[in-house]
Each structure stands twice: as structure tokens, then as C-alpha cells.
Design a binder for this molecule. Structure first.
Ligand code: AMP
Length: 201
């Protein structure tokens, strides 16, 4: 496990626990020698996780679409910053650069990003692990609802079982190291059948 993408809020949220967990994630990845891949901004928890990893001597790669460079305050001190054309390129690039994906607390953008990677695993575009860092019960309702989608016959239970949900980053990284991906729905597919190849940025 060389690199992990962290999806997180562009806001800070309103509980110290969210900021604290973001700091801890950055520190832990750095301590494990794992490169942090993230959205490239300095706003909200995104900035907290990146600063924390950098302070701890870690490698941090940011991927940000042109249009958000000013809005999400592109981070000037990263190991690498990729400025890409659009949101879809951001997500594809982050996916390619990462060996696993973790959502810490965030809003719609965070959910969209982790759900996309989880669905790509189900479709056999990649076999990388996805996790929710469920600090302070933040994701309880969502995780219960995902179980409902399995109970109602829309998500195969093996994909729910394959989704990691823990309240600390140490256990998530540990589980990532030993992860065996569930069998994709239709076997592995050519990624280009679903995703356009990225032009070099
Ligand atoms: P949020 O959780 O809504 O604060 O968003 C967190 C991150 O997700 C921010 O960097 C947003 O730019 C990003 N984001 C928002 N909408 C999308 C989207 N449709 N696809 C990918 N990333 C998004």
C-alpha cells in the first residue's frame, strides 16, 4: 500500500472531532510512509489533512481542477500538484494514483467521490479497497442505509461486506494491507469501456 486517497470536506464541520481525525489521518499516513492523495486544496478538512501529513514529513499529492484552483485554494507546498481540466479528470487521476480510498467526514463532494470508487470496484474497473472513517458515528445512518440497499436486493451483500467502516485510521490501513476484493459483478472490464483515458497534464 504505497498511496491512499482521502476524500473529505472542503468545510471543517462543526465538531472538533472532525478536525482532530483529519490531523490524525495525515500524521498516520506520513508515519506509515504512505503517500496521501487528495483534492489539492487548503480549504476545510482537505487543508487540515494535507498540512498534517506534510508537517509529519509525509508525501502529499494533490489533484485539482483548474476552475477550483482559487476557490479551494490550491495548496502551494505539496510534493506534487496536478492541475487538471475538469472534475472527471480529477477523480480518474486520483483513482489511478491511489491504492485505496477513504472517506472521512464531508458533504456531497466527499460522498460522490467515495461512491464512485466503490462502484468502480463493483464494476471491475479496479479492485482497490474503499472505507468510511466513521468518527463519532458520522456515517452511521449512511452505513445502515447501504445495508438496506442489500436487504432490498439492489446491492450484493458481498459488496457491503467488502466495504470497510472503522472509527480509526490505523485499523483502516491495517485492513487495506490484507484486503481481498470481492468478485466484481461482471468480472474485470477494460477500464476504457467506462472511463476515457486521461490526456497527460
Ligand atoms: P464536500 O464534501 O462537498 O465539501 O466536497 C469535498 C470535495 O469534493 C471538494 O474538493 C469538492 O471539490 C469535491 N467535489 C464536489 N463535487 C464533486 C463532484 N461532483 N465530483 C467530484 N468531486 C466533487
Amino acid at each position: 500500500m504505497k498511496s491512499i486517497a482521502i476524500f473529505c470536506g472542503s468545510a471543517l464541520g462543526n465538531k472538533p472531532a472532525y478536525l482532530q481525525v483529519a490531523e490524525k489521518v495525515g500524521r498516520h499516513l506520513a508515519a506509515q510512509g504512505i503517500t496521501l492523495v487528495y483534492g489539492g486544496g487548503r480549504s476545510g478538512l482537505m487543508g487540515v489533512v494535507a498540512d498534517s501529513a506534510l508537517r509529519a514529513g509525509g508525501q502529499v499529492i494533490g489533484v485539482i481542477p483548474k476552475v477550483l484552483v482559487d476557490k479551494e485554494l490550491a495548496h502551494p507546498d505539496l510534493t506534487e500538484l496536478h492541475v487538471v481540466e475538469n472534475m472527471q479528470q480529477r477523480k480518474t487521476k486520483m483513482s489511478e494514483l491511489s491504492d485505496g480510498f477513504v472517506a472521512i467526514p464531508g458533504g456531497a463532494g466527499t460522498l460522490e467521490e467515495i461512491f464512485e470508487q466503490w462502484t468502480w470496484a463493483q464494476l471491475g474497473i479496479h479492485l482497490k479497497p474503499c472505507a468510511f472513517l466513521n468518527v463519532d458515528g458520522f456515517y452511521d445512518d449512511l452505513l445502515n442505509f447501504l445495508k438496506t440497499t442489500a436487504e432490498k436486493g439492489f446491492t450484493h451483500p458481498r459488496f457491503i461486506e467488502g466495504l470497510i467502516a472503522e472509527d480509526n485510521i490505523e485499523t483502516i490501513v491495517e485492513k487495506f494491507q490484507h484486503f481481498t476484493a470481492p468478485e466484481p459483478k461482471w468480472g474485470m472490464v477494460e477500464r476504457t469501456a467506462f472511463i476515457a483515458d486521461l490526456e497527460q497534464d
